[in-house]
Design a protein around this ligand. Structure first.
Ligand code: FMN
Length: 200
């Protein structure tokens, strides 16, 4: 089971696409979206938060995944979610995209919401924690927080496209970054061609 968290950085489509790809691969997913991210989803993806399970409602509306049976959603203030405890058995947490605020909280163990608590749990339990930090340019504070997180075992995957794949659309760029995360999670995918498969 993989926890996929979407925090309030630009690029919420990355988190949405990762959830869709993981569900398509048959993985069980818990989704968490921060309040700020809902604002960004409104702006970048023209979708207004609605209903008691707003992420599920959005995934249904997008229609990329036929069954949401393997999908569960928790509010970011719900510490009664299994993910909030080390006694639960999730395999990995991915924060995609990850805001600088959430990065700061993860690197300092400041677990004041379910996203940061889940990362805290993953690190203390020795489970995989991947973050996709989005900001530019990066300040010394951002860089130090990334280093601190990396030293604690967090895998940092900046949303930087590989232009060697010759992307033709935003979708290609999104697929590249989501593919990189899937690769780290050990999932096969066809979102981009590996270097050896590209005709040069
Ligand atoms: C449209 C929009 C885009 C934003 N993009 C970023 C971003 O790329 N990186 C970032 O660190 N913060 C960004 N922010 C600011 C964060 O949303 C803000 O710091 C928030 O407190 C993060 O909270 P969260 O990490 O709990 O979601 C953005 C805010 C808005 C409204």
């Amino acid at each position: 089971m993989i926890i996929t968290a979407i925090s309030g950085a630009s690029g919420s489509i990355l988190g949405i696409r990762l959830i869709e790809e993981l569900l398509l691969s048959g993985e069980k997913i818990t989704g968490i979206v921060s309040d700020s991210s809902w604002q960004i989803i409104g702006h970048e993806l023209s979708w207004k938060k609605e209903g008691p399970e707003p992420l599920k409602t959005f995934l249904k509306k997008r229609g990329m995944v036929s069954s949401l049976e393997n999908f569960q959603e928790y509010a970011n203030n719900d510490f009664f979610s299994p993910a909030a405890s080390g006694s639960s058995s999730f395999d990995a947490v991915v924060v995609i995209p990850c805001s600088m605020k959430t990065l700061s909280a993860i690197s300092h163990g400041y677990a004041d919401n379910l996203i940061t608590r889940t990362c805290d749990v993953a690190l203390k339990e020795g489970r995989r924690c991947i973050v996709v930090p989005r900001e530019t340019p990066l300040s010394v504070i951002h860089l130090e927080n990334m280093l601190k997180a990396a030293k604690s075992g967090v895998q940092i995957v900046p949303p930087s496209p590989g232009f060697y794949t010759l992307p033709e659309s935003v979708e290609d760029i999104v697929n590249f970054i989501v593919g990189k995360v899937l690769h780290l999670l050990g999932k096969k995918h066809h979102l981009f061609k590996a270097w050896g498969e590209i005709k040069v």
